[in-house]
Design a protein around this ligand. Structure first.
Ligand SMILES: Nc1ncnc2c1ncn2[C@@H]1O[C@H](COP(=O)(O)OP(=O)(O)OP(=O)(O)O)[C@@H](O)[C@H]1O
Ligand SMILES: [Mg+2]
Length: 337
């Protein structure tokens, strides 16, 4: 049966209908601008506006309504990786609430918590090694607001997971791959996740993204929003275009971004002395900025890859813009919901 994955971004809303599973079979893909500029409605009026956008999106495109999967933007989620002495599943279940209180900055009565054991040392190593557990906390209010939009359309979402988990599933990295910093960029925020030995090591989140690039062009080259967007996509970091002016204007913002990458890499190396981190995997719309991959490669001397979420997909795979669709593909690749 077909499923619908929805990625409500602050710039565009993306939808894929497909047969879900490890090899998804794509039926339909739709991307529309999000005129609200927010992913989560903070009040009733905004909620209604979001409903008025999503209703026709689903109806006009005849998208499935029974297996609907949603991702939560990392900006409203608190994700923490913690280390604990080895506990059984039952012991962990009773200890987890207290652990969450220590690590997740959401009051217990407001907290909706999910957790996952990422690493449990083998029997003979349990004295020297700890287990690693991923905590994902959200405000109950926020989850409710998010799902209410769908409930009022007669849709009960089957899955609501944090965006980074969808992204990591779509990238399908193996334990043999070198340490990789996955950078999921959006219009208004960027998330980074370090993956080593096939296991998530940490997640960070910043409130900058593609929009900051458009804004700096608007202000400094005196363009309107639409022109700035166009210049960004056409000229990007190319020094030959427009006398290198667009590049020059974008570089200060890009270097803030590169610094964040450096910080994340250094943090990982400090945590894992002797392991070198040399690989970055970019995903999300801003990945398409002309010259970005080359620039980061040069600046960091690292290997920079671009997400290819459709590498296993069948059916109506689109021709371009693949890194934009990572979240939707990951939602669809989940086998059990
Ligand atoms: N070809 C391109 N070159 C440069 N930037 C691009 C290109 N295509 C898209 N972008 C930028 O990528 C951003 C949109 O990416 P994406 O669709 O992943 O964001 P979003 O999911 O809507 O945002 P968020 O996840 O932050 O809520 C916009 O800032 C847009 O300007
Ligand atoms: Mg996004």
């Amino acid at each position: 049966m077909s499923a619908l994955a929805l990625d409500i971004g602050t710039y565009t809303i993306k939808a894929i209908s497909a047969k879900p599973g490890k090899k998804i079979e794509i039926e339909r893909m739709v991307e529309i601008f999000n005129p609200l500029g927010v992913a989560i409605a903070s009040d009733e009026a905004l909620s209604q506006k979001l409903i008025d956008i999503i209703d026709p999106l689903i109806t006009d495109n005849k998208l499935p309504r029974t297996d609907v999967r949603l991702s939560l933007p990392e900006t409203v989620v608190s994700t923490k990786l913690i280390e604990l002495p080895v506990l059984s599943d039952a012991e962990l279940a009773s200890a987890i609430g207290w652990q969450a209180e220590q690590h997740i900055p959401i009051p217990p009565d407001q907290l909706s918590l999910q957790y996952q054991v990422l690493y449990r040392p083998a029997k003979d190593k349990q004295n020297e090694e700890k287990m690693r557990v991923l905590l994902v906390g959200t405000h109950k209010d926020i989850v409710e607001k998010y799902t209410n939009v769908f409930l009022s359309l007669g849709i009960e979402p089957k899955l609501l997971e944090t965006q980074m988990l969808s992204v990591l599933r779509a990238l399908d990295m193996t334990a043999e791959e070198p340490p990789t910093l996955v950078v999921q960029m959006g219009a208004s925020s960027t998330q980074m996740a370090m993956v080593y030995q096939g296991e998530l090591r940490f997640i960070t989140s910043q409130m900058t993204g593609g929009q900051s690039l458009t804004q700096v062009l608007e202000k400094q080259i005196n363009l309107n929003k639409q022109q700035a967007e166009e210049y960004k996509r056409t000229y990007g970091l190319d020094p030959q275009q427009f006398q290198g002016k667009v590049r020059e204007t974008l570089l200060p913002v890009i270097s803030i971004f590169i610094n964040e990458i450096k910080k994340a890499m250094t943090f990982f190396v400090n945590q894992n002395p002797g392991v070198s981190a040399q690989r970055i995997l970019l995903s999300g719309g801003p990945t398409l900025l002309p010259g970005l991959v080359q620039h980061i490669t040069q600046e960091l001397g690292a290997e920079v890859l671009v997400a290819a979420p459709f590498s296993q997909a069948l059916g109506a795979v689109p021709e371009g813009n693949h890194p934009t669709w990572t979240v939707c593909v990951g939602l669809l690749m989940r086998e059990e919901v």
